[in-house]
Design a protein around this ligand. Structure first.
Ligand code: ZN
Length: 80
């Protein structure tokens, strides 16, 4: 008998916020992403082992890591 362990990362877009990018200086939409990495057993996701957040500028593509309070703030300010 053998066990097949692994990990799988899933990315979702949480929200879009608009602010002036620190890299390109353009007021552009910034997509806020969430990535959850889960342990898999026989390719079935079981439980999360890590979660990370970042935003991506839609103008220049700059990505910036976000903390959980920053994500909560973005969600509070998003129009939806
Ligand atoms: Zn930018």
């Amino acid at each position: 008998m053998f066990l097949l362990f692994g990990t799988r990362a899933g990315e979702t877009v949480l929200t879009m916020v608009v602010f002036v990018c620190s890299n390109c200086g353009v007021s552009a939409a910034q997509r806020v992403f969430k990535r959850v990495t889960r342990v898999t057993l026989f390719f079935v996701p079981l439980f999360p082992v890590s979660t990370s957040h970042w935003n991506e500028c839609s103008n220049c593509g700059l990505t910036t890591q976000l903390t959980k309070p920053q994500v909560d703030n973005a969600l509070a300010w998003s129009p939806s």
